[in-house]
Design a protein around this ligand. Structure first.
Ligand code: SF4
Length: 363
């Protein structure tokens, strides 16, 4: 068997095999991020990547190339590895976008994995996103490598020597300097979520009064924070009651739930933004109920009895910050994050443990 493979690789049929592989590069579909749009563009009518013998294909087991389209998260790293291992040899990996090189926009994200730590990468197309031309150039470089066995950079930058440039004076080399340490380190900012911006929405005073009346003594402060934005401070223990009053008044759903970590004040700020589908006078209005809780005892009453639409949002925030929404049956389980993801990655003091990916052969 080995002899036959050797014969195929090096015998008289080798050029035909190489020729066949060169013109049959079939990338599997593995869209992981926004770079995927440029991949689609590269194979649409404008660039028509198919004319190069490259055809995107749906089945991993019948493909020989993966184009990693941008960011790879911890969850998708596993998918990338599984897909790669299902593909028959010879197989190639091309990575698009700076996200796949050094993390790009998400360079310090808790969830980012570099694809070259998971699978062997042949070519990188830098850019955010890279152009379709640069992706197609990766394919051309790969095709050349299949035939010649030689990997080549597709861009060669000319090296200009200053003294050779006409009219340019020779300049003294400046010593490389280490950047100085910062002169001033700012103090931790105080986080204020309900700054009064009533001057931006003078007509809103009537609605502010209405919200204030609905909440009555439960609201410590009701503020206009922007056009059609009102914020109401409510104590944690009064939150469910305040929610019930808002629901009765017509605020029938939760738009978003949010937690802000303020470690230097040892607190979390919890916000529920609610609105109305049914009461015409409230439809455009977003009211944010705000409360603060102790960071060491991050327990908050769940609002799912009042607004069922808060359920998934509370689960997410439990995963990301570790706030326990008392009464939500999902507490203590993983919802959004993969089971092996470290806990509470959006806390400000979160530190990611270094992770090592091991190849299929154990190396
Ligand atoms: S490189 Fe830019 S376009 Fe590509 S996945 Fe990252 S952010 Fe999106």
């Amino acid at each position: 068997m080995d002899e036959m493979i050797e014969f195929l690789h090096k015998g008289p049929l080798a050029p035909i095999k190489k020729w066949g592989t060169k013109w049959s590069i079939w990338p599997t579909h593995l869209v992981t991020a926004c770079c995927g749009v440029e991949l689609a563009h590269a194979f649409a009518s404008g660039y028509d990547g198919e004319r190069l013998g490259v055809l995107n294909f749906g089945m991993a087991r019948q493909t020989n190339c993966i184009v990693v389209e941008g960011a790879i998260t911890r969850k998708m790293a596993r998918v990338l590895k599984m897909t790669y291992e299902q593909m028959p040899d010879p197989k190639f990996v091309i990575v698009m976008g700076v996200c796949g090189i050094k993390g790009g926009l998400f360079w310090n994200g808790y969830h980012m994995v570099k694809p070259f730590e998971v699978v062997p990468v042949k070519y990188f197309a830098p850019g955010c996103p890279p152009t379709p031309e640069s992706l197609l150039r990766c394919f051309r470089a790969l095709q050349d490598e299949i035939v010649t066995g030689e990997a080549k950079n597709t861009i060669v930058y000319p090296i200009l020597r200053r003294e050779e440039v006409e009219g340019e004076k020779k300049r003294k080399k400046r010593p490389k300097r280490v950047p100085p340490s910062p002169k001033y380190v700012a103090e931790n900012p105080s986080v204020v979520v309900d700054i009064d911006r009533s001057e931006k929405w003078k007509e809103g005073e009537e609605l502010r009064k209405q919200v204030s009346d609905i909440l009555g003594e439960l609201a410590k402060k009701v503020t206009i924070t922007g056009r059609y934005r009102i914020s109401a401070r409510v104590e944690k223990d009064d939150f469910v009651e305040a929610g019930k009053r808002m629901l009765e008044a017509g605020f029938d759903h939760v738009k978003s739930v949010n937690v802000i970590d303020v470690p230097h004040e040892n607190k979390f700020i919890v916000e529920y933004t609610v609105s109305s589908y049914l009461k015409p006078e409230f439809v455009r209005l977003l009211v944010t109920l705000v409360s603060e809780i102790d960071r060491e005892d991050a327990m908050f009453p769940s609002m799912i009895e009042v607004w069922p639409s808060a359920d998934y949002l509370e689960r997410e925030l439990h995963d990301l910050f570790g706030v326990w929404f008392d009464g939500n049956p999902w507490m203590g389980k993983n919802f959004l994050l993969a089971p092996d993801t470290p806990k509470n990655p959006l806390r400000k003091d979160f530190k990611l443990e270094p992770e090592v990916y091991v190849g299929g052969d154990g190396k």
